[in-house]
Write a protein that binds this ligand. Structure first.
Ligand code: CIR
Length: 254
């Protein structure tokens, strides 16, 4: 799939007060901003335009734009994020997406859904039920996507935070999979790059045109991805990892 456009949002100072389940310590704001710049540079190196939104102090986690929308060429789906403090992030994202989309669909309460729980593999979509995405939200998105001709599989997460925390698609029928997804029947048909437990964070990669962006510092998985024939770019992500964020969460790509 060729991407032309991306949307990202710079983190604000309030990021430091955002949600996290990790015990990796307090993020360093200067490093966080540097890493975000490096991320934007990596996206540009893949040949996409980057629409960069200003920080919102009101929404500490709003740099993770992926959770607010799911985009396909036909329309944008505005989600209903499962964390109360994040729910209103959708207002800005819908506004911005109006520059690119005429058609919108919506996940409505009591359904909740975070974009991080949605993975596309060609005409197939996988939706994870998690602490943020409930059955009702997943069913709503399934119907929306099936009506547009996509095939949708819903699966319940056991351990991972979001679906794409543990599995991402590289192209060429290949996924990078960690933990519960390594032997998961829903993904049996794909070739797998298996992520060892100590490198679990690198299961969240993004394929953008001819490159795969991975987080720095996970040599074994990086080597496996390169050996599978992909062109890899590394980005330092430590300060986002401290707040459960990965590479995919930091952009919408279409
Ligand atoms: C949150 O708890 O919502 C943020 N601290 C992290 C969101 C990461 N998003 C993603 O995995 N798609």
């Amino acid at each position: 799939m060729l991407f032309k456009q991306t949307i990202v949002k710079k983190p604000g100072k309030s990021y430091l007060n955002g949600l996290t389940t990790s015990d990796l310590g307090e993020p360093n704001f200067e490093e966080l901003l540097q890493q975000h710049e490096e991320y934007v540079k990596a996206l540009k190196s893949c040949g996409v335009a980057v629409h960069e939104l200003d920080p919102s102090e009101e929404f500490p986690d709003s740099c993770f734009v992926e959770d607010a929308a799911v985009v396909v060429p036909e329309f944008a789906v505005i989600t209903n994020p499962g964390a109360d403090s994040r729910n209103k992030e959708i207002i800005e994202i819908e506004q911005v997406l109006k520059n690119y989309y005429d058609e919108f669909r919506y996940i409505q309460g009591p359904g909740t859904l975070d974009g991080g729980d949605v993975m596309q593999i060609d005409k197939n979509f996988y939706i994870g039920i998690s602490d943020r995405t409930n059955q009702e939200g997943a069913d709503q998105l399934k119907k929306i996507l099936e009506d547009a001709g996509y095939h949708v599989t819903i699966t319940t997460l056991e351990e991972f935070f979001h679906l794409k925390t543990g599995i991402t698609f590289l192209g060429d029928q290949t996924v990078v999979a960690a933990g519960e997804f390594i032997n998961h029947p829903a993904f049996a048909e794909y070739k797998k790059i298996v992520v060892p437990a100590e490198e679990e964070y690198t299961a969240n990669t993004i394929r953008v045109n001819d490159k795969v962006i991975v987080p720095s510092g996970f040599p074994e998985t990086k080597q496996k991805i390169e050996e599978a024939g992909f062109n890899v770019v590394e980005v330092e992500m430590t300060e986002f990892q401290k707040h459960d964020g990965g590479l995919s969460c930091l952009s919408l790509r279409f």
